[in-house]
Design a protein around this ligand. Structure first.
Ligand SMILES: Nc1ncnc2c1ncn2[C@@H]1O[C@H](COP(=O)(O)OP(=O)(O)OP(=O)(O)O)[C@@H](O)[C@H]1O
Length: 808
């Protein structure tokens, strides 16, 4: 996991292209046609100066720019300056709503909130630094690099703009090293592989303990390295900068010499006694994996391999051990030789719903009073990896400069728990404010700010196509009963067909019953919430209609209906165990995402097997968010929020929530435990009332399965169809986690992340334990991309994109 190939210190890119909209070469900014950029460009020492002319390319139509590059990995850099652009008087910035794609990858998507930090205010105008989005894309043999800008089809008058596009080739294997197993933080026993089909987005590139390194100072690829001070949680005065007193031998293009020539180390005079340095790097909300590269170089002459006086320390990420015995000399085989180590971090696993990467280095004896040289670090790079939908799009601020580094509210760990650090890096300036504040005040402050932000972001981020009533009448043959898929508390659901850009698409259309108690407010909550969520295991909302008092929601059509349709009271063939398990894993992923992966913590409150839908490939999608609660302040139950959960989901209801009105994400865990037993036993959560006295205890599945578990008779209630088909260890793990989900007290139940992990372990056991007979039982391959990085030989069908390419 370290790169040490000797190479010349400056890389010479085979391709360098710059499409610069401020250049005089572009006489017409209003280009309608696809065009090819063929001008090779060499970066000058200084950034080009800008004329008074408008300096952006923009259009209301989709435009593709083609770069005729050689095959291999490329840096693609997109430069945006909305202020400079909008001040030229050409366009209303709020309509600059667009996405950018290359090949099958969605690189970014703007929303109104992208411009909210400084909008078109003249305060921002003085700053000429761009927001730069940098991606690493692999171009296949014989292909060109196509960059497509797509104005939002939902907003009339939407247009795209950019100021520059830069394409620079990079050495192969620089970031994506296909066959190299990378440790997954939190799951160090498992390895993670990144292959060339993944696109990367640079989130951070920091010169730890050093100054800004401009693109011209890089090893030939024009990467910019920022100082780390904005992300430092430890007081800078408790760290020391060590400068090199050895010759540095660059052995790869990993980082330029100045990154290695200085490092930040734990100060022996630190007022913190814990001998650690901590950084906190905000990450995009959403469920992404990140590649974290740490650069090290031993730069003290005194430390050499034979000497006992060695520098050995710990590295932690997300409060988990990344390196127990970081030994730079040992890794690099000498002083002055740079080395890097790569790690994978899963942002959806963050505790408490925070999306940031906490990183710390710590002296090996955990103290500042060490005789050994202190822990040190030279550089950090962090890349977001494209997700299962080939998307990198996350929150994207263009109004604020250094977008990904917009602001971070975080608090230190360990002894400094009372310290709140708020860093605002906007408009090119960095303000660091250290506010000593006690826990309670912190909570009130953060929850208040969050609550307001949630409301603001909710209203600004809505991307939901508006359908006319006529369109939906046409789609459903005037809401014909022949097209009825089902009915729920909200109203009837119809199968329908709507027009996309090129084809017709099948959708599910949910029309509110005028008598439904789920009123306008709840209808809007569902739209606001679902339109911001996108995950392979959540059903996708495509659009809505609010015309003539109608409230209609349009979703992706799930061809295989609900999970419960396949478990009981059905003529459908029973599902195999592996299919059931893979459905449970998918649904657990969806819920796990809601709890900690989404922008704000969301409690579903309506988890049940009829709200787990199955698409044509049997991928599970959690649906029905009408009851969901969002945000940090979920304990305060609003009377206006109709709780059909209480009415409609008897059998799934968390006893703690029911008795004490205490709603936490563990209520979803309870309900999911009931679903797990439904899946295992193929019976409903609640049986129809029985007249046979001794059968009463069987009515409620949760109670009955716990009773059977305790009395050791669980095997008697398992679906007979599954007899002999479940690996015993798999069954043990499955029942154990299902049982724990049903614990009386929320605090004794596992988190959704733990449930997911256990189900994945059960899956692995099932695969391991399968006899040949089981394997040839006519089963379709069921695919699970394991959270722990375990690779499946036939990846690909577990995840699907939004099926209908309209709407969001
Ligand atoms: N996206 C979809 N694709 C296919 N069928 C769907 C879709 N959404 C809902 N259905 C069908 O419509 C039925 C009713 O769904 P709905 O979500 O309104 O109610 P529910 O979840 O069953 O009940 P409640 O709203 O009371 O919780 C479902 O049981 C399912 O059969």
């Amino acid at each position: 996991n370290s790169g040490e190939v000797p190479l010349p210190s400056i890389y010479e890119p085979t391709d360098i292209y710059l499409l610069d909209c401020s250049s005089n070469d572009l006489t017409s900014l209003d280009r309608t046609n696809f065009f090819v950029v063929s001008k090779a460009y060499t970066r000058s020492e200084t950034e080009p100066t800008f004329s008074e002319k408008p300096q952006a390319c923009f259009h209301k139509k989709q435009v593709t720019y083609t770069f005729p590059v050689s095959s291999g990995p490329k840096f693609l850099r997109l430069y945006f300056d909305p202020i400079m652009f909008s001040n030229s008087g050409f366009h209303e910035i709020s309509k600059a709503l667009f996405s950018v794609k290359t090949g099958s990858y969605t690189l970014l998507k703007t929303s109104n909130s992208s411009y909210s930090e400084c909008g078109t205010s003249s305060d921002c105008y003085h700053d000429r630094s761009y927001t730069v989005k940098e991606f690493c894309i692999n171009v296949d043999d014989g292909q060109a690099l196509n960059v497509t800008f797509i104005p939002s089809p939902q907003v009339s008058g939407a247009y795209f703009f950019f100021n520059k596009i830069e394409v620079v080739s990079m050495p192969s294997n620089l970031y994506i090293r296909e066959s190299v197993p990378l440790p997954l933080i939190g799951e160090l026993s498992s390895s993670y592989y990144i292959n060339n089909s993944r696109a990367l987005e640079t989130i951070y590139r920091l010169n730890i303990g050093g100054d800004l390194i401009t693109p011209q100072g890089d090893t030939g690829m024009f990467r910019q390295w920022m100082p780390d001070t904005s992300y430092l949680i430890t007081d800078e005065r408790d760290t020391i900068i060590i400068d090199s007193n050895v010759q540095i031998e660059l052995s790869s293009y990993g980082a330029p010499q100045p990154v290695y020539a200085s490092a930040r180390a734990v100060s022996s005079g630190s007022r913190n006694q814990d001998g650690a340095i901590r950084w906190s790097l905000p990450l995009d909300s959403g469920s992404f994996h990140y590649l974290v590269r740490l650069h090290f170089c031993e730069i003290s002459k005194e430390i050499n391999i034979v000497d006992q006086y060695q520098r050995v320390f710990h590295v932690y990420m997300k409060n988990q051990t990344a390196e127990d015995h970081a030994d730079i000399l040992h890794w690099a085989h000498g002083a002055g030789i740079p080395v890097y180590r790569d790690y994978i971090v899963d942002s959806s696993q963050h505790s408490n719903g925070r999306t940031y990467l906490s990183l710390s280095i710590e002296n090996s004896n955990g103290s500042i009073k060490t005789k050994e040289p202190p822990a040190m670090l030279n550089g950090i790079e962090v890349f977001k990896l494209s997700d299962c939908n080939n998307s990198l799009a996350g929150s994207f601020a263009l109004g604020a400069r250094k977008s990904s580094w917009k602001h971070a509210i975080d608090y230190d760990h360990g002894e400094d728990n009372h310290l709140v650090k708020i860093s605002f890096a906007t408009f090119g300036n960095v303000f660091l404010v250290m506010i000593p504040i006690f826990g309670l005040l912190y909570k009130v402050f953060v929850s208040d700010v969050k609550q307001r932000r949630i409301m603001q972001s909710q209203s600004s981020d809505v991307h939901c196509k508006s359908f006319s009533l006529d369109e939906l009448k046409l789609a459903t043959e005037n809401f014909s009963d022949d097209l009825l898929l089902g009915a729920g508390g909200y109203g009837k659901v119809y199968k329908g067909s709507v027009h996309g850009e090129t084809n017709n698409y099948v959708v599910a259309i949910k029309r509110a019953n005028p008598c439904s108690k789920q009123g306008l407010k709840e209808f809007e909550t569902e739209i606001l919430l679902l339109s911001q969520l996108r995950h392979c295991h959540l059903v996708s909302l495509i659009g809505c209609c609010k015309e003539k008092n109608e409230m209609i929601l349009v979703y992706d059509y799930m061809a295989n209906g609900t999970l419960c349709d396949h478990l009981y009271n059905t003529n459908k063939p029973p599902l195999s165990w592996k299919r059931r398990l893979s459905i449970c894993i998918g649904a657990a992923r969806g819920l796990h995402y809601l709890h900690i992966g989404a922008k704000h913590k969301i409690i579903h409150r309506g988890v049940k097997s009829s709200n787990i839908l199955l698409d044509k490939d049997w991928v599970a999608k959690v649906s029905d968010f009408g009851l969901s609660k969002i945000g940090p302040n979920m304990l305060s139950q609003s009377n206006t929020h109709i709780s059909t959960m209480v009415k409609g989901s008897f059998g799934y209801l968390d006893p703690e929530y029911y008795k004490r009105q205490k709603l936490t994400e563990k209520s979803d865990v309870y309900s999911f435990g009931v679903v797990l037993f439904e899946v295992l036993c193929a019976r409903p959560a609640v049986l129809q009332a029985t007249t046979v006295e001794e059968e009463h205890e069987k009515v409620n599945l949760a109670e009955w399965s716990l009773h059977c578990y305790r009395s050791g008779t669980l095997d008697q209630i398992i679906d007979p169809f599954l007899q002999g088909k479940i690996d015993p260890t798999c069954l043990m793990i499955f029942t154990e986690v299902a049982r724990k989900c049903l614990a009386d007290k929320g605090c004794e139940r596992p988190t959704m992340g733990e449930v997911l992990w256990n189900l994945e372990q059960a899956w692995l056991q099932q695969l391991d334990g399968e006899t040949d007979d089981m394997k040839i039982s006519g089963e379709l391959p069921v695919i699970v991309e394991l959270q722990n990085g375990g690779s499946d030989p036939t990846p690909g069908i577990e995840f699907s994109e939004i099926i209908v390419p309209i709407g969001r």
